[in-house]
Design a protein around this ligand. Structure first.
Ligand code: FPP
Length: 277
């Protein structure tokens, strides 16, 4: 993983870390701040699973007099920073909320543009992600996605299924209510077919029926853009998540913000409903 981290860092410095859409390049002073933040992170108390509700792309674009889609496109740099941040710190799970079921009701042009972006991003980033041992998963009502997205997803799943590095889950066409409804349907079917007795249903058993069953509990849930709600994101896994609301719009989210979120998490006192020892 260390070797991979250096590879990612070097590759970003040499190529992708060029200023996106007029943003300033990383200068030495910023690099120093970043190193100092990184050094303050305690590697013994890292979250195992970080989830991010990437919000504020539309407002970020409109502030610049641009179409909302410009915000989504500009946000890819932030996605890379979050993925790289997790890989560097050896955080094993990262889940990104990329498209909700409610997002289908946005203007058709925006939805079409987002679908193009999702398909091209998965295709375009796949080689580098696979080389860096990232394992990709996708969760949501994926049948609703256009064929180009479904093909890109299939290819990504096959190319990364054996990888042992960061487990990156992308929630697409997802909603928490959909997740729980699908679990309930599968559970009822199991009871009807007598594969499961009603008294055998416990939280642990219920979890096995969730479409998100392979995703562990979320330790840290970040939402950008100043909005303070979870919008039904992974309600089962987020039940004891530490919530962190950042005022930064997602396209402005950088590794510095990621490190700050981890440091804020490390200051929280998690009791999981118990009392202090
Ligand atoms: C929220 O901003 C952002 C989204 C709904 C989409 C985010 C999706 C991406 C960045 C694409 C990610 C793709 C992959 C494959 C990782 P908003 O449009 O709701 O912003 P607003 O609240 O300012 O209107």
């Amino acid at each position: 993983m260390t070797k991979n981290f250096y590879f990612i860092t070097l590759a970003l410095l040499l190529s992708k870390n060029t200023p996106a859409h007029g943003q300033a390049p990383i200068v030495a002073a910023e690099q120093e701040v970043l190193s100092s933040l990184r050094a303050s992170i305690n590697s013994d108390t890292l979250p195992k699973h970080v989830a991010i509700i990437m919000d504020g792309n539309g407002r970020w674009a409109m502030q610049r007099g641009k179409e909302r889609l410009f915000g989504h496109k500009s946000a890819m740099h932030s996605v890379r920073e979050a993925v790289e941040g997790c890989a560097e710190l050896n955080i094993p799970y990262l889940t990104l909320y990329a498209f909700s079921i409610e997002n289908w009701d946005r203007p058709p042009d925006e939805v079409a543009g987002m679908m193009d972006l999702i398909a091209t991003t998965i295709d375009g980033e796949l080689t580098e992600l696979a080389e860096n041992k990232v394992k990709l998963s996708f969760v949501g009502d994926l049948q609703r996605l256009p064929t180009k997205c479904q093909r890109a997803i299939q290819k990504a799943l096959e190319a990364t299924e054996k990888n042992q590095g960061l487990h990156l889950t992308i929630a697409l066409s997802y909603s928490g209510r959909w997740d729980l409804t699908e679990a309930s349907k599968a559970l009822i079917q199991a009871v009807q077919e007598r594969r499961l007795g009603i008294h055998e249903i416990t939280p642990k058993v219920f979890q096995q029926f969730l479409p998100t069953r392979t995703t562990p509990d979320i330790d840290l849930l970040v939402r950008t853009s100043g909005e303070q709600r979870t919008s039904g994101f992974m309600p089962w896994q987020a039940i004891y998540a530490e919530l962190l609301f950042s005022a930064v719009f997602w396209p402005d989210f950088r590794k510095k913000h990621f490190y700050e979120a981890i440091l804020a998490y490390q200051k929280r006192y998690r009791r999981f409903g118990k009392v202090a020892p």
